[in-house]
Design a binder for this molecule. Structure first.
Ligand SMILES: [Ca+2]
Length: 542
């Protein structure tokens, strides 16, 4: 088959013109001022010859993948004559170049490339490409896989020519590439009697769907497929046969890192497609990928930075790969994700439980739990590797003499523990009402050990509200409870002096110390436990 021939689905009506990249970015970042837009306009003009605007095509919503009829007989899988995709066994020493290709149907290439049949095999599949070249993450992932499993075979799939087309064309090619990968894996397995448990496919963006299609065509025997932000456009509503789905392998785990926008326009697929789907930072957009940071990085790198303009679009998308690399390299700083019904509930700190597989490790070390339904899991991360943060649920009951009600209140909390401290963590309380229990999530990037002291401060916001005219706004708090996601410990804090801690708008820190309740009698403890389970935690846990 001619390499450049369009797949059968490309013959439909021509898709609508893609929106300009700048329009997309402006829509995603309405907070831009005119000066920033002008600066970006200038930068974009400078970048046109780098074809960066082609990246906007990834957002084109007006195309669908039409099914290529799949083969009905089994002979196709041993016909290697039409394979276009290339399979390169990379090495620890040269992770960034293709030095040896394993060719399906040519067993001598297995020996020539020094394939090790006694160990694990990782097959890495790239996605759509603007440049037609391997992106810089490829050697990084190869090296990280070798660092973790030094004896492994890391094979990089090369479908660059088909991935360097207009996005809908490349998207439709995933079926043919998936077929090629299925043939390759089937042949290799058959040739070496390779146990299926030792085969792990890792696919990024369109590559995730390639992996899914390959898994489907090899009767779902592959032990694991990891989908790294599987592509959304044209796949969000497509059927299981044409996309990565939980029936494609024994275990399918997925990271969703760039799902901002409506389902049709989102770069990454929004719906859950695996046995476990993890949505770091809600899955929409990743910290450190905002326009200001990215533009700053580009400006600092000069001309080289201009070539990285596509990072504006790709940063959150590609974060899925770097999170996976992090899990391979930083074993001591393993990120945990927590099952939750919604991003909103997670952001209130309501889902930090590890009971009944409710929490799991992000990335390579994931526990292969196959739930009856795909759970969505959430976590927060740092903006740089290592990405791990520590999650805490803070829960307080606030009282006041007179009825008071506030929304969107800026607060600061400081945590002091046996290993360290984290001061003035900012957060916004959506609602602050008299006689209500408030729950919120805070994170720290350092391990502070066992919590000893907590300080809570109610900031004065810029807007003068009517309540300021009626005297100071004040709540009192008897107890504060903190649950740690990472250690699963629950600690109760109370006032250092007196019965209450006072939370005064624009006032001093309210200081809480670890409560003496921790030393109470067994009977009291049981009573307390029942109370906590029944009236406080039971209702809110996901
Ligand atoms: Ca599938």
């Amino acid at each position: 088959m001619d390499d450049m021939a369009s797949p059968s689905s490309a013959g439909g009506p021509s898709p609508a013109q893609p929106p300009e990249l700048l329009t997309i970015i402006h829509a995603e970042h309405p907070d831009f001022n005119q000066a920033e837009l002008t600066m970006m306009q200038t930068l974009f003009s400078a970048c046109q010859r780098h074809r960066i605007q082609t990246a906007a095509r990834l957002m084109n919503p007006n195309t669908t993948v039409t099914a290529t009829p799949l083969p009905t007989t089994t002979e196709w899988i041993t016909d290697y004559s039409d394979i276009v995709t290339k399979f390169s066994l990379r090495t620890v020493d040269i992770p960034d170049d293709d030095m040896c290709h394993i060719v399906p149907g040519s067993p001598e290439t297995i020996q020539k490339c020094e394939f090790n049949s006694e160990t694990q095999t990782f097959i890495v599949i790239h996605g759509w490409t603007v440049t037609g070249m391997f992106e810089s993450w490829v050697p990084k992932l190869v090296s990280a896989l070798y660092e973790r499993v030094p004896t492994a075979n890391v094979i990089v799939v090369d479908w660059l020519t088909r991935a360097n087309q207009h996005y809908p064309t490349s998207a439709a090619y995933t079926k043919l590439v998936g077929r090629d990968v299925a043939k390759f894996v089937h042949w290799l397995q058959n040739e070496l009697q390779l146990p299926w448990e030792r085969i792990h496919l890792l696919g990024y963006s369109l590559g995730a769907h390639v992996a899914g299609i390959a898994g489907d065509l090899t009767d779902h025997k592959i032990s694991r497929i990891t989908g790294l932000d599987p592509a959304g456009p044209t796949f969000e509503h497509a059927d299981n046969q044409n996309t990565l789905s939980r029936d494609d392998a024994q275990f399918v785990d997925v990271l969703h890192t760039n799902t901002r926008g409506s389902p049709d326009r989102s770069i990454g697929i929004q719906r859950s497609v695996g046995h476990i789907d993890i949505y770091p930072n809600g899955g929409t957009f990743q910290p450190g990928c905002d326009i200001h940071n990215t533009l700053l990085g580009i400006a600092l790198e000069g001309i080289k930075g201009l070539q990285n303009m596509d990072q504006l679009v790709k940063c959150s998308h590609e974060r899925s790969i770097h999170l996976f690399i992090d899990s391979l390299l930083n074993i001591e700083q393993q990120s945990l994700a927590y099952r939750c019904n919604s991003k909103e509930a997670f952001n209130k700190g309501l889902c930090l439980s590890c009971r009944k597989n409710r929490c799991n490790k992000l990335g390579y070390n994931i526990n292969k739990v196959r739930m009856t339904r795909s759970p969505k899991m959430y976590l927060k991360t740092r903006e740089l590797m290592p990405y791990k943060v520590f999650h805490y649920q803070v829960k307080v009951h606030v009282f006041s003499k007179s009825k008071q009600s506030f929304t969107e209140q800026p607060m600061k909390i400081s945590l002091y523990g046996t290993h360290g401290e984290k001061e003035d963590i900012s957060f916004v309380l959506p609602v602050l009402d008299t006689n209500t229990t408030i729950s919120f999530l805070i994170t720290t990037d350092v391990d502070i050990g066992d919590l000893m002291i907590v300080k809570l401060r109610w900031e004065k916001d810029a807007i003068i509200s009517w309540s300021d005219w009626w005297g100071s706004s004040q709540f009192h708090i008897r107890k504060l409870r903190i649950k740690s996601g990472e250690t699963q410990s629950k600690v109760i804090f109370s006032s250092k002096e007196g019965e209450f801690v006072y939370l005064v708008r624009g006032g001093e820190d309210g200081v809480f110390v670890k409560s003496k309740e921790d030393n109470m009698s067994r009977k009291d403890k049981l009573k307390h436990k029942l109370k906590m389970q029944g009236s406080l935690y039971g209702q809110n846990e996901a």
